[in-house]
Design a protein around this ligand. Structure first.
Ligand SMILES: [Zn+2]
Length: 384
């Protein structure tokens, strides 16, 4: 039998379901000083109120930074890290989307003066395990609550870079559907397709293995089933399932890895500030279409598992049907599918874009079908 080898990384505790937020109280004993990180909309929506009440009731002093930007520059993150180093929290709570949770991870990874996210960019092994972390996602998307990655934008390179170290895995995760109840549809849809992309990419990745397959497939099933009801009807059960599905997607990323969809997505975020979920939604169909022949059996397995299977279609036909369903879902969610919504003149800058994407070897190497610069160009051209 062939040797199967993979590393497994998981948060230690996960609380999921209605009122899961109340479980924060169980995490307080032994802690004196907490730091809550969130963005303006989460704070403005009153979502931090309950965690603040719980911390107070448990006698944990806390500080709140409510200005974490979306898709932060490395210097934005370092400004937060500097404030945290003054406060010296022993519990760091990230309440928000991927950007906030990634910032929370980096705050925990840089507890002492002199440590910074910029310094980690050059050497991921400088990550240390500082304060205990609690991740409370308020979008069902990034899966950051389960991954060892923290993504920052490096302005001088016009590129998003992932800092990766197993010490960045969160200690605790709270998945409470009340946190996504007031999420604007525009954000819910792109975050949801990002989560779907994580599961499909991890399942069709060179790094896919028995452990990641289990989580990717479970996540995919939940997401395919609930994404439209969650985004279009704000259905509570569907939103709860999306949070769990997105978390499973994160577990799959930790054990496998995303592929060319995410690789080609990073330059669009770095250069044109296309939100991460939107660029992945734009790229998911054209990249999977490109990959189709190379991962046909894997896509057919998705068809069998998610859409019932048991029929006499060939693998090729099943793969086509899965890709067609991806395309239908993305269209039904009204996510922009062309770059013109964000930038004019992308065609003139295509060479730079292709060169940047070609450098994202960490993810391109996970794609079963190798991509030449010409292939990348052709995929980008479908967005212009
Ligand atoms: Zn993603």
């Amino acid at each position: 039998m062939e040797l199967s080898q993979y590393s497994t990384m998981m948060p230690k505790k996960v609380f999921a379901g209605t009122n899961a937020i109340e479980k924060l109280a169980e995490l307080c004993p032994g802690h004196k000083k907490a730091l809550i990180l969130c963005g303006r909309s989460v704070y403005g929506g009153g979502m931090t109120r309950r965690p603040e009440e719980i911390l107070s009731a448990c006698g944990v002093e806390y500080k709140l930074i409510n200005t974490i930007p979306a898709e932060p520059l490395v210097d934005d993150v370092d400004a937060v890290i500097a404030q945290a180093q003054e406060w010296q929290p022993d519990l760091v709570i990230g309440m928000g989307g991927g950007s906030v949770m990634d910032t929370a991870k980096l705050v925990s990874a840089c507890p002492q003066k002199g440590q910074s996210a910029r310094r980690l960019l050059g050497n991921f092994s400088l990550v240390v395990k500082g304060a205990e972390t609690v991740m409370i996602p308020t979008t069902a998307g990034s899966g950051s609550e389960a991954t060892p990655n923290a993504i920052v934008t490096v302005p001088e390179k016009e590129l998003k870079v992932g800092i990766v170290n197993s010490l960045l895995i969160a200690d605790n995760v709270i998945l409470d559907p009340s946190t996504t109840a007031t999420l604007p549809r525009k954000i819910a849809t792109s975050a949801g397709v990002d989560a779907l992309a994580h599961t499909i990419e991890c399942y069709t990745s060179n790094k896919a293995n028995a452990f990641s397959d289990t989580w990717a497939m479970k996540g995919m099933k939940l997401i395919f089933k609930s994404i439209e009801a969650a985004c279009n009807d704000n259905d509570e059960q569907a939103r709860a399932d999306m949070l769990v599905g997105a978390f499973y997607g994160g577990v799959a990323i930790a054990a496998s890895g995303t592929t060319a969809v995410h690789a080609l997505s990073y330059p669009l975020g770095g250069k044109y500030h296309v939100p991460h979920g939107v660029s992945n939604a734009m790229l998911l169909y054209p990249v999977m279409n490109f990959n189709k022949d190379a991962v046909q059996d894997r896509l057919a397995a998705i068809y069998d598992e998610v859409f019932g299977g048991g029929c006499a279609f060939s693998s090729g036909r099943k793969a086509e049907l899965v890709i067609a369903e991806i395309s239908r879902i993305v269209r039904s969610l009204d996510i922009p599918d062309k770059l013109e919504a964000y930038v004019t003149g992308a065609k003139d800058e295509l060479d730079t874009l292709v060169d940047s994407a070609f450098e994202v070897k960490r993810l391109l190497n996970n794609n079963v079908k190798p991509l030449t610069k010409e292939d990348i160009r052709n995929i980008y051209l479908t967005l212009i």
